[in-house]
Every structure is written in C-alpha cells, then in structure tokens.
Design a protein around this ligand. Structure first.
Ligand SMILES: Nc1ncnc2c1ncn2[C@@H]1O[C@H](COP(=O)(O)OP(=O)(O)OP(=O)(O)O)[C@@H](O)[C@H]1O
Length: 689
C-alpha cells in the first residue's frame, strides 16, 4: 500500500439501495469523505457514527476503524483506493466521447484531436490543446489559465492532469483510446449494448474514479510508449491511454518529439504519481474550472485536425506462430495452440471473432468492444492468477489474435473428465489462487463479471489462472448503472437475476461461491435453464429471501414475481459434515465460507479479502501446494485421442459416431466442429456432435 493510502472496505461504500445512499459530505475542515447513511448511522472511514456523533465502531467482520489521520487524502481529503499494481494502465472508455472517437467500420479512420489540462508545480491548472496532424510536428497552445492566471513557462516541469485521448487508424483495425462504455452480454449482445449505452449516458470517464485520470499525457508525451512499460508494476494507473499495446513507431516518435521540446510530458515518475493522485480527487470533486476546461476542449476537438495513430500497425504477424491445433471455441473467440517460430514457446492464440452476434459492435465501432476491453485489461494486468497476454498479433486479413500463455486445461473440462472430485486440500489450493486473482481484479477496480469454471485455466504445475475478460469492466465510485445481463446464468448472482443495475464486486464473489461448490461436488451448484429457473433453483436451496435477510430485496425490479416459497436454507444438506451417500463433505469452517459467499444480501456477502483470510484455509487438511496438484493429459492430447477414435470409425466405414462416450463428451465437442476436422483432414459429416 502506498504511503498515506488506506484500504477502505469498498463494497460497503458503493452499494446503492433504496434505503441507503453513498453520499459525500464535507466536514468542517473542508475534507470530503465518502460516507453512507444507513439505518440511522453514517459509515465514515469504516466506522459507524450515529447522528449524535457516537461512534459505533466497525461493522462485524470489518477492519478496525480508520483514524482520520490515517486516511489518505488528497487536497480535498478524499479517500483514495489502495495502490494498484499493474503492467500499465488500461484504456478508459468514454461514452461521452463516443461520437468523436467512434471507429468507422468502413474506412476505420477517426478524426479527433487530443488535449490535456496541465498542472503546474505551483498548483495552477491550464488547458493545453494538442494538435498532431499526420506526419506533422505537434503544435499546441495554451488555451487559458484555468486556475490562477499564471504565466506558462515551458522550462518548468509540470504534471498533466486530465485529457481526452485520441487515436485513429487505417488498416488493419483502428482503435480508439476513448472508447464507449457499452457492455457485451452473453445473452443478448445487442440488447446489452443498447442498455448500457442508454444507462451510462454522460461523463463516461469524467464522472468515475477512473474517469478523470490522465491519458493524454502519455498520449502526447514523447515517452508515452515506453513510459508505462517502464513504470511497470509500480503504476496504479487508472488512466486511459491510447496506443497501449501499440509499439511506438519511429514516425510516431518523430511526430511526438515536438511535444517533448515543449515540455509536454511528465517530468518524473513521482510527479506522474502525484498527478494520478490529483486525478482521483478531481474525479470526486470536480471543480467548475475543470468542467469548463472539459467543455471548452470538447468544442476544440471538433475543429482541430487529428492525430493519426494505428494501434495494430506495428503488431507482429500471426505468421510468426505455427498453429498447432484448436483448443476450444467460445462465444467471442477461437483459441488455438501455437508455437512461436522464433523461440519455440508454446502459446495460446485467441482469434477475435468478428462475426457472430457482434454485428452491432462492428458497425458501431469497427471492432468488437468486448474484445478490446479484454485485450486492454489483460495487457495491463500482471498477476500469477491472471492469464498473461504477451502480445497482440494480426494476420493479413484484419484478424486480431491475442497471444496468451498456454494452459493445458480449463476447470470445466477437468471437472467433466475427472473420475473423482478434487480433494478438500486440492479445492483449497485452487480456491486460494482464484481468490488471489479476484483480489487483484477488485483491488484494481475491475469486475470480471463472468467467473465460471470454463474461464479458469489450470496447468500441470497446479497453477490456476483467470481468463476471458470480455465481460469485465472497471467500476468506481459512485457506482453507475450497468447491465444486469452479465455472468453466465449458473454463476449469476441473485441481485443480477433480479435486475439490480448498481452492483459491484459481490457479483464476482457469488460466482466464486458457485465455483467452490462445483469443485467440491464435481457438478454445477445451480444449473438453471432460464433466468426464472435459475432463481427457482437458488431459492429452493438457499430459501426464499425476505426483507429481513436481504434489506432492499423487495424493491428490486424482478422481486415482484411470484417465487417458490421455501423458508429454509438447505445448503448444508447438499454439503454435509459427514456423508454416507457420496455427497461432498464440508467442515463447519468450509461450510461457513461457502455460506458467506452465497449470501443473498450483496452487502453482507463476504469480500475477497475476508475470504482469503478465512479460517477454512488454515484448518486441516491444509491447501495442497501447487507442485503436488494432480496432473492431467492436456486438452489437445485428449482431443487427439478422440480424433484417432473418430478417424478409426471413419476408416472402418461407420458413417456416424453413434455412441458418444459420456465421459469424453466435452472432448468430442471440439473436434466435432468443422474447423477441427478440416484441420485434421477429417470430414465433419461423419460425426454427430
Ligand atoms: N491461454 C489459454 N490456454 C489454453 N486454453 C485456453 C486459453 N485461453 C482460453 N482457452 C480455452 O478456450 C476456451 C474459450 O476461451 P475464452 O473463454 O477466452 O473465449 P470466449 O470466446 O471469450 O468464451 P466465452 O464463450 O466464455 O465468452 C476456454 O474455456 C479454454 O478452454
């Protein structure tokens, strides 16, 4: 944690129920703090205060109260999120800027200019517009002194504190640094798009914690390309950046060099860090000056020529890799195993699907937004429990591939093929790694929103990594309404099923609970076929919620329906302490954790930090160490086994695979697809999927 920063129990600050609101107030000293009014008390820095000032202390399970003096403050005394460690900062999507930055799917050229507000060492904030035309040197002008009327001195170092990025491209694909906030859901892509487009109307960036973070600094800075990489893990960046995974070309460098001469860059890392701090505060309490800066600049943007930058232009070619076999296919990507021709390293190549269900994304933005989000987030993240994306490569027909570290299995496939469930100590090992990954996401203000066993990769070294960030998004304070059409049905939290729009990290924790149960039982916990069926299954096991156990439940949009009346929580029956019937057994502590992960009230649901500290991980059997985790034949080998079986069948004259081995059903699933057969020189006509 950075000096002066304090971890705050965020989930308690950002929920939005009818009876409680996240509010900001200013105390006598002018310090603005996040607080919440609920059930007669305010939550300030983790302590509950009655209206008469009496301190009730922290809530059950909360960390001790934070003293005011310990609270990290910026100039307005606003609490700051804990320091985040990243490879570098992700792009921020700004719906407000959508029109300016929208990528035309036809010509893929987006005219847009960039600007920045700069903060001088003396504290004054001024706006600088930057005009970079193709091939031309950068020109910029100081539009106005926004705060104190000080003279601009280009010799002085300064900090850049806010901007709207810009980017353009020609082939193969153009991407914008300021991308809109629409969501891509699993159920109905278009609907999700429209829904979030409507809901997240204004201030895409500027209104959120992430919003006001600077991007143009790096955008316009000559060191922009290297700077973020250099900062590496030490950067808690909540900043949008254009061209993050772009390699800086000599042309770009030349184009940007003029900015350097004029001092348009961060002069030191420390200053940059300070500027980020500034941004967080600006985000929360944006001054009219800053507002006017933004407005002014929006007008400016229309008029000035654009800077042209192609994010994928200098990507390596996919032909640097030898494609070995198809691993799996998801909704948004086809994943192949491949070998780096130069190093011989085995990698996974995820080809971004540009077709199915993505028409609207393509016509609107020229590139699937969910894939861009995934690329952006994964490139910026660096954690042992998050799949590592090494680079992005392109082919000669505009296909984009993510090059990821190769993992032999996904948990879903493993669970389906294993004869016996994981042992308790193996489940603990996997759960700890999963929770570490989720903690990293939540600490970095990202919701995964699609945690499920098929998105958890496992290798033969016993490592677990979270993948598939197509549904993930950044969140902040205050919460904004997001689509509830997220998370694959079986792992979807009840608040999402009931239509809550302002949700937060608890949705991921529910999914973690479902995953824990699945690991123990070797089958999904709630496998509903429709949303109604899913709710029904949850209520039948956990009991129908009431206002008492879930305050605010009855006010949720979906709560008006007639639900099954089941007054008891029957979860323990499915996970007894001892069993003679083959049910998965779970100790008191294990059940306590599972029960807390599956709490109805998202506010009461256990946080990732508390889950990681749960005593279940400290009781025997202790978590197995990774090196002692069982190994399994890799998926492609299992697929090859199935291929051989199918080819044999073909050779023996059988026209169809009439008998599908239940145990290997999932293996058959992949090779039964046309592409896999063509790959292996087979014909799909001989196989029934
Ligand atoms: N790095 C990897 N190494 C090995 N296999 C992988 C890797 N990444 C993904 N896979 C396999 O590909 C499958 C699909 O990947 P992924 O979930 O990223 O695609 P998707 O199209 O986003 O899927 P979804 O339909 O869940 O949205 C995974 O379930 C896993 O089996």
């Amino acid at each position: 944690m950075a000096a002066g920063r304090v971890d705050v129990p965020r989930k308690r600050d950002y929920y939005d129920f009818k009876k409680e609101e996240v509010v900001r107030y200013k105390n006598g000293s002018g310090d603005a703090k996040l607080s919440r009014v609920r059930r007669g008390y305010q939550n300030i820095n983790g302590c509950r205060f009655l209206s008469d000032g009496q301190n009730l202390g922290p809530r059950r399970g909360d960390a001790p109260c934070v003293k005011n003096s310990e609270v990290s403050k910026h100039k307005d005394g606003v609490q700051l999120p804990p320091e985040k460690k990243r490879k570098f900062s992700p792009i921020i999507w700004d719906l407000e800027k959508e029109k300016e930055v929208r990528i035309s799917s036809k010509n893929r050229i987006v005219p847009i200019s960039s600007f920045s507000c700069i903060k001088f060492p003396d504290g004054s904030v001024r706006e600088v517009s930057t005009v970079v035309s193709d091939g031309g040197a950068a020109k910029h002008s100081i539009k106005e002194n926004l705060s104190e009327g000080l003279e601009y001195d280009s010799e002085k170092p300064f900090l850049v504190c806010g901007s709207v990025g810009s980017t353009v491209s020609k082939s193969p694909v153009g991407l914008s640094a300021s991308l809109p906030q629409e969501e891509v859901g699993v159920d109905d892509l278009d609907q999700v798009h429209l829904e979030e487009a409507e809901l997240v109307q204004v201030h895409g960036i500027l209104a959120s914690r992430w919003a006001s973070d600077s991007d143009t600094p790096r955008d316009v800075s000559p060191s922009s390309g290297n700077y973020t990489a250099e900062r590496g893990q030490s950067s808690k960046s909540s900043t949008p950046e254009s061209g993050e995974f772009r390699r800086e070309s000599s042309e770009d460098r030349a184009r940007l060099s003029g900015l350097d001469e004029l001092g348009l860059g961060c002069s030191s890392k420390d200053e940059y860090a300070e500027s980020e701090l500034e941004d967080d505060v600006m985000d929360v309490d944006k001054s009219p000056d800053e507002d006017s800066c933004a407005k002014q600049l929006q007008i400016e943007e229309v008029a000035v020529p654009s800077r042209s930058m192609n994010l994928f232009n200098s990507c390596r070619s996919v032909f640097e890799y030898e494609r070995l076999n198809k691993i799996n296919e998801g909704t948004y990507g086809i994943v192949y195993r491949a070998r780096d021709k130069t190093t011989g390293e085995i990698v996974a190549l995820k080809k971004v699907k540009m077709d199915v269900g993505r028409k609207q994304e393509l016509s609107e933005y020229g590139f699937p937004i969910s894939s861009l989000r995934e690329i952006n987030i994964l490139l910026s993240f660096n954690h042992p429990s998050i799949v590592n994306v090494k680079e992005v490569v392109v082919d000669d027909v505009d296909n984009v591939f993510m090059v990821m570290e190769y993992m032999e299995h996904d948990l879903k496939g493993l669970i389906e093929t294993m004869k016996h469930p994981f042992s308790t100590s193996e489940v603990k090992c996997l759960m700890l790694q999963l929770l570490e990954g989720v903690k990293y996401l939540h600490d970095n203000w990202v919701l995964h929103r699609d945690l499920k066993t098929s998105n958890l990769l496992v290798n033969n070294q016993g490592k677990l990594k979270v993948c598939d960030f197509g549904m993930s998004r950044q969140y902040g304070s205050p919460l904004k309404p997001y689509t509830s059409l997220v998370v694959t049905l079986w792992y979807r939290a009840p608040e999402l099923l009931l239509g809550m729009k302002k949700y937060s990290t608890a949705v991921d924790m529910w999914s973690v609970g479902c995953i824990m149960a699945e690991l123990l039982a070797k089958k999904p916990l709630f496998n509903g076929k429709t949303e109604a069926d899913q709710i029904d299954k949850i209520f039948k096991t956990l009991g129908t919620p009431t206002e008492t156990i879930w305050p605010g439940f009855s006010e949720l949009p979906g709560a008006k329906a007639q639900f099954v009346k089941q007054p008891y929580n029957l979860l323990r029956k499915r996970f007894p302490a001892a069993s003679f019937t083959g049910s998965p057994v779970l100790s008191e502590l294990g059940f306590d954790l599972l029960n807390k992960l599956l709490s109805y009230d998202p506010e009461m649901r256990i946080t990732v930090d508390d889950a990681l500290n749960h005593d279940w991980f400290r009781e025997v059997p202790l978590p197995k160490s990774q090196e002692f985790m069982p190994t399994f034949p890799p998926q492609h080998a299992r697929n090859r086994h199935v291929q051989r079986t199918l080819i044999k069948r073909k050779e023996s004259g059988r026209r169809e695979c009439s008998r599908v081995d239940r145990q290997h059903k999932h293996m058959l699933y992949v090779p039964c697809q046309k592409e896999a057969f063509l790959w292996h020189g087979c014909e799909p006509a001989h196989v029934q999927a």
